[in-house]
Design a protein around this ligand. Sequence first.
Ligand SMILES: [Mn+2]
Length: 345
Amino acid sequence: MLFSFNPDNNFSKNNGIFGLPANSDSAGIIVIPVPWDVTTSYRDGTSFAPEAILEASYQIDLFDPQLPDEWKKGVYYQHFDEWIMDLNSFERRKAKAIIDYLENNEGELPERLQRARNEVNDACRQMNKYVSEKVDLCLKSGKIPAILGGEHSISLGAVATVAKQYPGVGILQFDAHADLRNGYLGFEYSHASVMRNILNSTKEVSKLVQVGVRDLCSDEALFSNDSEKLISTYYMQLLRQRLFEGENWNKLASEIVDELPQQVYISFDIDGLDPSLCPRTGTPVPEGLLFGEVVYIMKKIVNSGRQIVGFDLTETGMDIENNWDQTVGSRLLYQLCIHTFASQK
Ligand SMILES: [Mn+2]
């Protein structure tokens, strides 16, 4: 606990994330940045989000009227290894050439690009291993992992490792997309397949609850329907319709949280939010969740007695002119941190 620190007099960037004194031993949450956007299909740049969010985080006032003291449990931003950023830039170029080819040509890839695709898939395996090892070290030292993307594919290694420690864990996914595709553009570890990959490879996950989904293919909807015990998808269109017809968010949020088991991992793709809050995310979709709506769901988790055992925040874009995307990202990260702390017994 960081009792000696007065947040009201803190303007120094020499401290760590959120302006908190940086100390990996005393912090309860370790932020693990993963600068990765290799398989991004529309617009890249989310690999710069961790540093942009860190920079924006110094502006946050730590006092929260409902959870005023949770920051005292400490958050530490663990800088990433340089090689993962280098590998990302190197493999992103190959992936881009493959995506460009598929967008402009019919049929199979030429041999040169098939080789490149195998190399991209290998690099994604390396990234998964990198994330798994970082999360494993974090859990072994008794800390809560907060993985900061990068694109959504980074969740696979994180969930696989968290689920080993907490068998039966449920995933609460905020996302405009279902991410249940069976591979995408030939990439085995695409952001668009991440939840499908998690469910295929991690049997310890007992439930996936998706909120805000509004852009998906029919195969994904079918897969969700066919797995109704394992997956509950709350489509944005249907949530809005129920609100328009007189139900309230208190009721809907309770219904969502009631589907989750005792231990919860939150996988937050920022494009689940309304695009006015994340205009530079990789694949923005109109009509999303509001900031207050998602924070209210976090509150419901805490009040229900459930425990948040880890989370990720992915797909934040970077606004070079106005810092808007990273401002929202850092504030969302802060809310995730304090609600995670509040949920610990
Ligand atoms: Mn996603």
